[in-house]
Ligand binder design. Structure first.
Ligand code: PEP
Ligand code: MG
Length: 849
């Protein structure tokens, strides 16, 4: 037995702390302080529960004596520090024995007494003593259930409340220590030594004469967060039975579909509404309230944070702030940045007709229609034709990632919400339905048989709704993302708080338009090569690549120039007033050449050259390690005309956009730099082109030339490079690849083994490797800044949209991060949170005056 009691009755003044007694105990104290009708409750601290698990029970006689009234019936609920760390299930009606049964038979009636006793024996047997549920399936009276119990245990059913309570406490304390419970809560962010508190509460019976029952109420729609009373009530029930047995439950608010609490017990209903409003104001949160009506009297047993979907979490947090209940800063901290990505995707038009042809797991939100393709090659071909497509696979492997990049949605026959397809699709912002059982896919026939026996063939159009898990026939109309007022508020408040810029990686007009909608601070990376993949331009590009003489190359570039100029003019107009960082051509040239025999044949025709010559040229251009070969600035040094053409296109577009009244801030970025001399050579040429365009047009303009730091050497030599660079933008995709010596295109083959074995804590292409790559970022940033204090620092790899990287860049004094347009809202909120957390931290550590 412990020296101190190890428990405390929850009163308005008792010393109850979340870190000692858990979240539920603290919440109950708040309800008690609000004078709500909460039955008498005692809290057991984390230490006490830990002691119980080790066999040291507190003084249960004293604990039980605290409770008044007869018969003494108690419930025990778990109270972990954070609500989502879980905890063992509640046990109700502890203290139920033959005497209590007789008492209740007299007061509540025999039927109610039987139900309460039967329910207790079953839950004691199953939850506490871990007996098989099946053994009790046919036990319909307390007497039979008791016989089953005694036969299974070979001991009498305990009659003393202290014995029952001891067994319940012990079982709950030990369940918390179990491996699976520990893993589950650690997955929710709980520390390894997280404690469990328990609350023991006097039962308010929802069974008995008159109006008795139990229910659950919440005051917002869990999907949208709009004010709306939802929940259920069930007469002659306990706990959350009304939610589990909806067919027997009634509505709370008057409803044409059936009876309601509002009609049956209007005063209780009104009281509930008042409680909801008070909880919202005092607990500063939308709560879900568990209540009991005990012979017409309302009792509030518990209140938990109302469960909510992504959209509702934004709506609730912003509404609380708008109503002055919480500060805006707190609203920002309450929304997990990742939830925003659910709001940002197209959804099926609610008015559209849905013909469901298959169903599966709603694995990644959003909806898209397209033609069925069965492999990556077909998906990429569809992309090249600018034709939306849906990748349909039994399940996906890293080999399918190429296809997923090219597809508009993914559908798999197997898998669940954490399968490969689901995780990759979520990362790409791609709608995905997994585990659509009932599909039979034949890759050979390029067909898929549907659950109804009909067949679809490659090229047929379907719509995948990754928000509902439905697969629909044909092209179904979709609505653009519902970016309502709450979302707008959250973004505006993030902008007001954050102290690091968020730009977008945008290559197309569509990307730039979307980025502007999200209120981006500029374009951080425009990958110009994407502008050449267009069918009409590819041929000219190929002519340029095949040109053997300077004049031939110049002629092809001459044709590419107006195309590039038009692209940039449009981009500058769209981004007027904001910086646009354009990266000069980066990939190896042979990426622009065809690979298959038909493509080579077509190219020979287009170029009017013999097939053998074209083939030989393509072969000659192949490299052993193209990612480490003739790409990036090396192209700029070896074939300077290409970068000159691009620089001219940028400057002429600047002149044109300025003439149209736009405020243009072009930034020209040199990729894959390893040495200062590369920058000097390329910059000199760019400056030369700028001078020529200024003279020709008679117009002045500003521009900056900077470097993409994506090789370890560029990071190490950043001081020197900075002398000739207005900005350094860290390309963490290549920098990760080169720091690890790990191909970003092949890492998928062994990455899961590496992560499973704990070699890497996470895939470094998904989560920035702070220890290694991060050190290069810090080195590069400090060396660059030392050489040139006004240098602008950015990060533009995939990590730019990830909360941890943003916090890291902010701490390292970066000016901005740049990420794909759909990640911009996520990045803005994460940036605001990083700023808020840093100022909280600073305030907490400020030396006291
Ligand atoms: C990078 O390497 O981080 C980068 C942004 O460029 P890309 O992904 O185009 O190589
Ligand atoms: Mg790169």
């Amino acid at each position: 037995m412990l020296d101190t009691p190890g428990f405390v009755e929850i009163t308005p003044t008792a010393d109850i702390r979340v870190a000692r007694h858990g979240n539920r105990a603290k919440c109950l104290q708040r309800l008690i302080r609000m004078d709500l009708p909460v039955p008498q409750t005692v809290a057991l601290s984390f230490d006490t529960v830990r002691g119980i698990a080790e066999g040291h029970l507190p003084d249960l006689a004293t604990l039980i004596a605290l409770f008044e009234g007869q018969p003494k019936l108690l419930s025990v609920r778990s109270s972990s520090e954070a609500a989502d760390w879980g905890g063992p299930n509640a046990v109700l009606n502890i203290g139920m024995n033959d005497r209590a049964h007789a008492w209740l038979s007299n007061t509540l009636g025999e039927k109610a007494a039987d139900r309460i006793y039967l329910r207790f024996i079953r839950s004691f047997a199953i939850e506490v003593m871990r007996l098989d549920e099946e053994a009790f399936a046919e036990a319909e009276t307390p007497a039979i259930a008791r016989d089953v119990y005694e036969a299974e245990i070979d001991a009498p059913f305990p009659q003393a409340i202290a014995d029952q309570l001891a067994a319940v406490l012990r079982s709950m304390a030990r369940a918390w220590e179990g491996t699976s419970a520990r893993l589950l809560r650690q997955a929710q962010g709980a520390p390894a030594d997280a404690g469990l508190g328990l609350v023991v509460q006097r039962m308010a019976q929802g069974m008995g004469p008159g109006q008795s029952g139990a229910g659950v109420v919440q005051f917002v729609d869990p999907a949208t967060g709009d004010p709306q009373v939802t929940g259920r009530y069930m007469g002659q029930s306990m706990g959350r039975e009304a939610l589990r047995r909806r067919e027997k439950a009634i509505y709370l608010t008057r409803d044409p579909r059936g009876a309601s609490l509002q009609e049956m017990l209007p005063e209780v209903y009104t009281e509930l509404l008042e409680i909801g409003a008070r909880c919202r104001e005092r607990l500063r949160e939308e709560m879900q309230v568990e209540f009991t009506i005990d012979q017409g009297r309302l009792a509030v047993l518990d209140a938990v944070r109302c469960p909510r979907e992504a959209r509702a979490s934004v709506a609730i947090a912003t509404a609380l702030a708008r109503d002055g209940i919480i500060p805006r800063a707190e609203a920002l901290l309450r929304v997990a940045p990742g939830t925003l990505s659910h709001l940002l995707h197209r959804q099926i038009d609610p008015a559209a007709e849905r013909r469901v042809i298959a169903r599966g797991v709603a694995a990644s939100p959003g909806a898209a229609a397209g033609r069925i393709v069965f492999d990556s090659a077909a998906a990429q071909a569809a992309l090249a034709r600018d034709e939306p497509c849906i990748l349909v696979r039994r399940e996906t492997t890293p080999d399918d990632v190429r296809g997923m990049h090219a597809a508009d949605a993914v559908l798999t026959e197997r898998g669940g919400s954490t399968s490969h397809a689901a995780m990759i699709a979520r990362g790409l912002g791609l709608p995905c339905v997994t585990g659509a059982t009932g599909l039979t896919i034949s890759y050979r026939n390029r067909q898929v048989r549907l659950p109804d026996g009909s067949t679809l063939t490659e090229g047929d159009v379907i719509t995948v709704d990754g928000s509902s898990g439905q697969v629909l026939s044909g092209k179904v109309a979709t609505n653009e993302p519902a970016l309502d007022g709450a979302f707008g508020d959250l973004m505006a408040w993030s902008d007001a708080v954050r102290d690091i810029g968020v730009r977008a990686n945008a290559d197309t007009v569509a990307d730039a338009t979307l980025s502007r909608t999200f209120g981006v601070d500029g374009i951080g990376l425009c990958r110009t090569e994407h502008m050449f993949f267009d069918e009409g331009r590819l041929t000219v590009m190929r002519e340029m690549i095949f040109a053997e003489t300077g004049p031939d190359r110049a002629a092809a570039l001459e044709r590419l120039l107006p195309m590039q100029r038009a692209d940039f003019t449009e981009l500058f107009g769209l981004m007027s007033g904001l910086p646009v960082c354009i990266r000069l051509l980066d990939p190896p040239l042979h990426e622009f050449l065809p690979s298959g025999p038909e493509g080579v044949q077509a190219l020979a025709e287009a170029l009017d050259r013999p097939l053998s010559e074209v083939r030989a040229r393509i072969d000659a251009m192949q490299e052993y390690n193209p990612m480490l070969g003739m790409r990036g600035v090396r192209l700029g040094i070896a074939l300077p005309e290409i970068y000159e053409m691009q620089a001219r296109a940028i400057f002429e577009a600047t002149v044109a956009a300025q003439a149209a009244g736009h405020d243009v801030h072009p930034e020209i970025m040199i990729p894959l730099v390893t040495a200062h001399r590369e920058v000097e050579l390329v910059k000199r040429r760019i400056d030369g082109v700028a001078g020529a365009v200024r003279d020709e047009s008679g117009t002045d303009f500003r521009y900056d030339v900077g470097v993409m730091v994506e090789t370890p050497r560029a990071a190490l030599r950043a001081g020197e490079i900075a002398e000739t660079s207005a900005f350094l933008s860290f390309g963490t995709n290549d920098l990760t690849q080169m720091t690890y010596g790990l191909s970003r295109d092949d890492a998928g083959r062994f990455m899961s083994a590496y992560v499973n074995e704990g070699v890497y804590p996470e895939d470094p292409f998904g989560t920035l490797d702070i220890d290694g790559v991060g050190e290069l970022l810090l080195l590069g940033a400090s060396r660059g800044r030392k050489a040139r204090p006004d240098i602008v620092l950015g990060l533009c790899g995939e990590h730019g949209g990830q909360a941890d990287s943003i916090a890291f860049c902010r701490l390292a004094g970066f000016d901005y991060v740049s990420c794909s347009p759909f990640r911009v809202p996520v990045a803005k909120l994460a940036a605001a949170q990083a700023t808020l957390m840093a100022s909280k931290h600073a305030a907490a550590h400020k030396p006291k005056a």
